[in-house]
Design a protein around this ligand. Sequence first.
Ligand code: SF4
Length: 330
Amino acid sequence: MNAETTSLTSNEVYEDPLDIMDEIDKLKKEKEITILAHYYVDGEVQDIADHVGDSLKLARIATELETSRILFSGVHFMGESAKILSPDKQILMPDLNAGCSLAESCPPEKLDAFQKDLRKKGHDFVTVAYINTSAAVKSLCDWIVTSGNAQSIIERIPKDKEILFVPDKHLGRYLMEVCNREMILWEGACMVHEIFSLQDLLRAKKNNPGSIVVAHPECPQNILEVSDFIGGTEKIRLYANSIKEPTTFLVATEPAMIYPMQKSAPQHTYIPVPGIMATTGETCACNRCPHMALNTLAKIRDCLKNEAPEIVWKPYFADAQEVLKKSLLN
Ligand code: SF4
């Protein structure tokens, strides 16, 4: 936990993060609210959570919890998925503006039109969506995958069917390679994973002999080609855990991921791979996900206090429920 982090409320009054953490502890116990946090939120938020994990792990935990109220510290599609899988639970989110560039790259109307066009052209296909999509998009799909279960689900799809994969073109290309299967890819990408600097990664590799590059499959091909291990966040963490000898890891995913890695395998050194600014081409720390960063301690405390905002059930959630259940819970 970075106790020196400055926490500012909306009226810009400084509050000690340790005091806010105490308040959060008290409120969540009093109100019997379970806090779930994604690996990409700040370390101090991960510290106050009851469960920390990737999208798949958290979606499953949400269905198993006995408490009827959950505060989901992550981004909007994660809260939506939790609500769809557990409609009777109240799903609170610290900031409903925490979206996802990848989810936004695939609006439901455009996907619907694209699917209709493909069918008109005679394609016989199954639509597979990465979990980073809105509920409205999920309701148009046959399977929902995470980076943790994508390969096994794709391998279950009959070979005589084409696959339309949405929305991440980089993850889709990677899956085509590992599953040895052609797919029709949607042109979406994550703003965080798309901007890693290959040059800086190669320089870091050279300056750290014996280091291991771990990368998320949302990264472009040029980054994956020089990586030693490719996997979703939970797989990356478990991989680092499996190596006992102190090692330097160059980490090509959202840098908050280093926090849980440091916690579970502290013998290693972790170096974030820098991003590169699209506008100037300069190396930067712009690979922090701005949406995940909206999950501040102060907002979590306020959300517990106000029991708002929350993900409200929408009629179209029902259409996404069956596909989410068969994809994530079986
Ligand atoms: S890191 Fe990328 S994919 Fe993940 S929530 Fe942020 S924008 Fe979406």
